[in-house]
Design a protein around this ligand. Structure first.
Ligand code: SAH
Length: 546
């Protein structure tokens, strides 16, 4: 029907989760990068599959009302942003729809999704930037960002998402490396020295930490580089410079060893009232302004009054745990990375919060173990798992623990939807879904979700069963059996416990009335016939029960 290189006119009616536009030709969908919902474009077919194809945009015929000029010159080549041509307002709506669609399609949940909490100034929000350093085919130094789905380095010092003064730091390093002919690392040969530049910035103090990742133990003339970076002050103020040693043949950016060249080797930062120490390797949310909003949302969903027992699973360096500890009775955090747990413990001490305990280990192992050993029943459980979501064992243990509330913080709405399906099937109800935009101009969205324990029909049925058991225990099974035997002997009729209970209730002997009451309005239950009723009444009189 279609052929490669064919030109098509497409109206972009939807967008995939990775930011490609979707337009249909005769009902056949094509994915076209760099388009925006509402654009009418001319595209050329680049690839054809059985039920869909790919196209490259040639011209915009009619721009979408949501289309804006891309603010970054590298927007189309760099793999960092996918939504640079979409107005910020529309991005927020796109993310809300994305969460709602996942919840519906994967989770089977038709729940309202709140408007996304966005940023007023959605630029330069990142407090951490990792810049790859390499060589191009001609052997020239390259510093910038990886192109979409590749390791080709796009030259760019002035990223609109990174710290405002990153470019000055990067230019200083670039001229230093060029001047002293210090070789960049070459991924293909494994030779060369400088691999990455990691820049962190404290939201609170505005200070920078610069870490040079090297394939070796020493950077030639390192004291001189420190001097030049310090000389940039006051804008930017570089308060720490360090080396990270990574001599492995790997895509992982950081090695384990850090050599401090200047300053304390870490930054001080705060979220709300809490202060944290951030080392080069620490996991720390990258958008500080939105992190505060995210944690405040999680805290308000937890609805703490000061007495609650709380768990914070996947706690990292304890940021959410400590946020909660300010308002809870006691908080237990679980995290797989041991150094992060040490940071969490130190952060608890530095913030004077002694009502916390942190466990190193997998949530799916620690939670079931502690539950079994201590039979603890928390009031609130908060989870903030990585993209793959929670293991079924974590979800099942949470269900067994029956907290009043579960607060699920998610960075992937697809796995969130899958896990919510599990939790709602287990007797919880989704109360609120609040997305927060942590990464403007990209397709990522963070979501905070509140679940509470449901007083469902399932729950009521359990109560009914309990009452039945209660009834037989309290009013003695023998009595029912005795009544049955008496009725059979004196009238020749067989009567059930149900009929006896119905008569007893009519005589005002059963207050609860659960035994013979329909579980739902429309459920039909057999009613005791008059003849049997008379016989049962006779028995009750005989036993002096009425
Ligand atoms: N709540 C923290 C960290 C969230 S990121 C914050 O807001 O800063 C998710 C965390 O889960 C990471 O720290 C990661 O190391 C940890 N993690 C990943 N798999 C885990 C598992 N199976 N059990 C416990 N923690 C895990």
């Amino acid at each position: 029907m279609f052929t490669k290189n064919q030109r098509l006119e497409l109206y972009i009616e939807d967008m995939t989760e990775d930011g490609s536009g979707v337009g249909k030709a005769d009902g056949f969908p094509f994915f076209v990068k760099d388009t925006v919902i509402g654009d009418r474009v001319e595209a050329v077919v680049t690839k054809l599959k059985k039920s869909y194809g790919y196209g490259r945009m040639l011209h915009i015929l009619t721009p979408s009302p949501s289309r804006i000029p891309e603010a970054c010159p590298s927007a189309r080549r760099c793999g960092g942003c996918q939504l640079q041509a979409m107005s910020y307002e529309r991005q927020l709506e796109f993310k809300r729809e994305k969460v709602a669609n996942h919840l519906k399609r994967i989770g089977g949940l038709s729940v309202p999704v709140e408007p996304v909490i966005g940023m007023e100034q959605p630029f330069h929000y990142r407090n951490k930037t990792q810049v790859p350093v390499g060589v191009d085919r001609e052997g020239r130094l390259r510093m910038g960002f990886y192109a979409s789905r590749s390791h080709e380095i796009v030259e760019q010092a002035n990223c609109l998402l990174g710290g405002r003064e990153n470019d000055r730091i990067l230019e200083t390093i670039r001229s230093f490396l060029t001047e002293y002919r210090i070789p960049a690392y070459d991924e293909t040969s494994g030779r060369g020295l400088v691999r990455h530049i990691l820049i962190r910035r404290s939201y609170e103090t505005g200070e920078y930490l610069v870490c040079i990742v090297i394939n070796g133990k020493h950077l030639p003339r390192q004291e001189l580089l420190v001097e030049r970076l310090r000389a940039l002050a006051p804008e930017p103020t570089v308060s720490s410079v360090c080396l990270n040693i990574n001599e492995a043949d790997t895509n992982v950016i950081l090695g384990e060893q850090v050599v401090n060249l200047f300053g304390p080797g870490y930054l001080e930062d705060s979220i709300g009232q809490l202060r944290f120490r951030v080392s080069p390797q620490s996991f720390f949310q990258v958008n500080p302004e939105q992190t505060r909003k995210l944690y405040e949302t999680a805290l308000s969903f937890a609805a703490l009054t000061g007495t609650e027992q709380v768990w914070d699973l996947y706690c990292g360096i304890g940021t959410i745990s400590l946020f909660l500890a300010q308002k809870a009775g006691f908080v237990r955090g679980v995290e797989i990375v041991a150094p992060a747990v040490r940071d969490a413990e130190a952060n608890a001490v530095r913030n004077g919060l002694s009502n916390t305990r942190f466990y190193v280990g997998k949530a799916e192992e620690v939670l079931p173990r502690v539950y079994e050993e201590e039979n603890c029943r928390p009031d609130v459980i908060v989870v903030d798992p990585p993209r793959k979501g929670c293991e079924p064992r974590v979800l099942d243990t949470m269900l067994a623990m029956q907290p009043s509330r579960i607060v699920y913080v998610s960075c992937d709405s697809a796995t969130l939807a899958r896990d919510l399906k599990h939790l709602t099937a287990g007797g919880y109800e989704v109360k609120k879904v609040q997305p927060v935009d942590m990464f403007p101009w990209t397709v990522s969205v963070e979501t905070v979700c509140l679940l509470s324990k449901l007083k469902s029909t399932q729950h009521i049925e359990v109560e009914v069963k309990m009452d039945e058991m209660d009834l037989t225990a309290a009013e003695k099974k023998a009595t029912y059996d005795e009544i049955k035997a008496y009725v059979l002997e004196h009238s020749g009729l067989k009567v059930s416990s149900l009929y006896i209970a119905q008569v007893k209730q009519k005589c005002g002997m059963i207050e609860r009335g659960n035994y013979n009451k329909a579980k739902s309005e429309d459920a039909k239950q057999p009613q005791c016939p008059a003849e049997k009723k008379t016989a049962i009444m006779e028995a009750l009189r005989h036993f002096e029960m009425i």
